[in-house]
Design a protein around this ligand. Structure first.
Ligand SMILES: [Zn+2]
Length: 236
């Protein structure tokens, strides 16, 4: 966190990270967005189903951007709890009742890691693992991105092409994780803050196969409308 952010956190009135309402970290309405019923989607360009707990609305988008780019670490727990709920639903959907579960955060570039002091998706995944110890989640932060242009404003086809060849495996992280941990995991899950067409998740799944990691499903917080097909509701 930068000095300026710390400074402003001391003196500026806190605003809701979702809607901007004053004097609250996250207002009740925005908090409710993270408590939705999990839903599964089959993404347009996906190879695996995606589970989310909220529709990717502008308020949810603000929360994610404020968390990852504006130093709003005060909403780490509500976001991570939302992700943990999504992972729980994903495990139910795949009938996986016990761990260890390998959780692979979506990649971010080295530049973004430096700017944000680490990967925000890995931070969310690690906090989700800590908040839900019964799930036996092991976070494997092995994906990196490069040459990734912003997906915002791109059509579905352009997003798919944009995702191709933009990710790589961090071999050092795979070695640190160990082959045994990979072999012993009962299931592997990709996680991200949100998904729309599934193109980024599909690319992750493609390159992870090279190190024998084969994600069965993905869990996100927000599901975008663009290019996703509704698969099944959960009744929980
Ligand atoms: Zn709000």
């Amino acid at each position: 966190m930068g000095l300026l952010t710390e400074f402003s956190e001391l003196f500026l009135p806190r605003r809701c990270a979702g809607c901007g309402r004053e004097n609250v970290s996250l207002c009740t309405a925005c908090l409710h967005l993270l408590g939705g019923i999990p839903r599964a989607m089959e993404p347009r360009y996906g190879t695996i189903p995606v589970v989310g707990i909220a529709e990717y609305t502008s308020h949810l988008s603000h929360m994610v951007v404020n968390f990852k780019d504006n130093g709003r670490r005060d909403i780490l727990d509500p976001l991570a709890l939302g992700l943990a709920r999504s992972i729980t639903a994903a495990l139910e959907m795949t009938h996986c009742s016990s761990g260890p579960v390998l959780v692979i955060p979506a990649p971010s570039s080295q530049r973004a890691r430096r700017r944000r002091g680490g990967s925000h998706t890995a931070a969310l995944a690690r906090r989700a693992a800590a908040l839900a110890p019964e799930l036996s989640l092991q976070v494997a932060d092995v994906l990196r991105s490069h040459r990734r242009r912003d997906q915002v404003g791109l059509g579905a086809r352009a997003r798919e092409e944009n995702a191709w060849g933009t990710q790589l495996i961090d071999a050092g992280q795979v070695n640190a994780l160990g082959r045994t941990a990979i072999a012993e995991a009962h299931i592997s899950i990709l996680v991200d803050d949100f998904a729309t067409t599934g193109a980024t998740l599909a690319e992750s799944a493609r390159i992870l196969a090279s190190v024998q990691i084969r994600p069965a499903i993905a869990a996100v917080i927000g599901l975008g409308r663009g290019g996703t097909r509704f698969v099944s509701p959960f009744t929980v």
